[in-house]
Design a protein around this ligand. Structure first.
Ligand code: SAM
Length: 273
């Protein structure tokens, strides 16, 4: 696989993602179920999942489509896909296969799949239009693709706050990571790519979820270690304590009564072949 097909350093990033991956079913299945519903996936369907990473939403789809159906889970990073494969083996899934390939190079025959999905991969691909064209080709007539990206930065205040505060602490410019994370987050942006790739009946839905955490919980650890693992590992005890204090202060604006109230949002786009 040519290195330039993965836009970010996913080989390096995969270490933290693999550590955080569940052993079996998803830890937070709600976004997967949104995608599955929007793609209209049913028992017995054959589904192509792009940029599956450690198995989201591929594992959830395999559980839904059952033994008559199948999932082909694909990703540009081998280590991510290996974690997905382990999860599938732990769950005894026999209806899922894995393909290490960037979405720009997926080369299935025409009319093979009933549906296609992609969760948080469109913004990381070098050429998502090429990926969507290949998806369109591989779908059966009437087949649906549904791709999920993040909603706008202000509707994802956990990720946005961590990446603002921590980047500043370590003296990093976070413009590129914000641009990547929130690429296609505005209304109409992903739809335009779907339409250009040949999809019809293109529509988007925005999901906003309230997240509640008890006061005292360091709920920012996930995005902190996934986004800044090397910087955090290099901190001494005093530095770690200082960073925790800075994060606690930054999140104080979200305190409401018993705990923190934050928002997470996703934009899902679907189109029909
Ligand atoms: C944010 S992760 C999302 C993984 C998973 N779908 C999830 O929601 O947890 C992004 C994934 O996109 C993959 N990726 C990056 N560029 C890609 C490309 N050109 N084609 C396919 N996958 C790609 C990375 O390897 C990584 O696994």
């Amino acid at each position: 696989m040519p290195a330039d097909q993965t836009t970010a350093n996913w080989n390096d990033r995969s270490t933290q993602w693999v550590k955080a991956a569940p052993e079996g079913t998803s830890k937070n299945d709600a976004p997967n179920q949104t995608l599955i519903a929007f793609a209209g996936i049913r028992q017995g369907d054959h589904v192509l999942d792009m940029a599956s990473g450690t198995g989201e939403p591929a594992i959830s789809i395999a559980l839904l489509v059952g033994p008559e159906g199948s999932v082909t889970a694909t990703d540009a990073t081998a280590a991510m896909l290996e974690a997905a494969e382990k999860r599938a083996a732990n769950l005894g899934l026999k209806n899922i296969s894995f393909l290490h390939c960037p979405m720009e190079e997926i080369d299935f025959e025409e009319n093979r799949f009933d549906a296609a999905t992609c969760r948080f991969g469109m913004m990381h691909a070098r050429d998502p239009l090429a990926g969507l064209r290949r998806t369109h080709h591989a779908l059966k007539p009437g087949g649906r693709a549904a791709f999920m990206v993040h909603g706008a930065a202000e509707l994802n205040n956990l990720w946005s706050t961590v990446h603002t505060v921590v980047a500043e602490y370590f003296g990093h410019d976070n413009a590129a990571s914000f641009a990547r994370h929130y690429k296609y987050s505005l209304e109409g942006e992903p739809s335009a790519v779907f339409t250009e790739a040949g999809f019809t009946d293109v529509e988007e839905t925005l999901t906003v979820t309230e997240m509640r955490y008890p006061a005292g919980e360091a709920f920012w650890r996930g995005p902190l270690t996934r986004g800044f693992s090397e910087d955090v590992a290099a901190l001494d005890a005093a530095g770690s304590a200082e960073l925790e204090r800075i994060l606690t202060d930054a999140f104080a604006v979200f305190l409401d009564g018993e705990g923190y109230v934050l928002q997470s949002s996703n934009r899902t786009t679907r189109g029909t072949k």
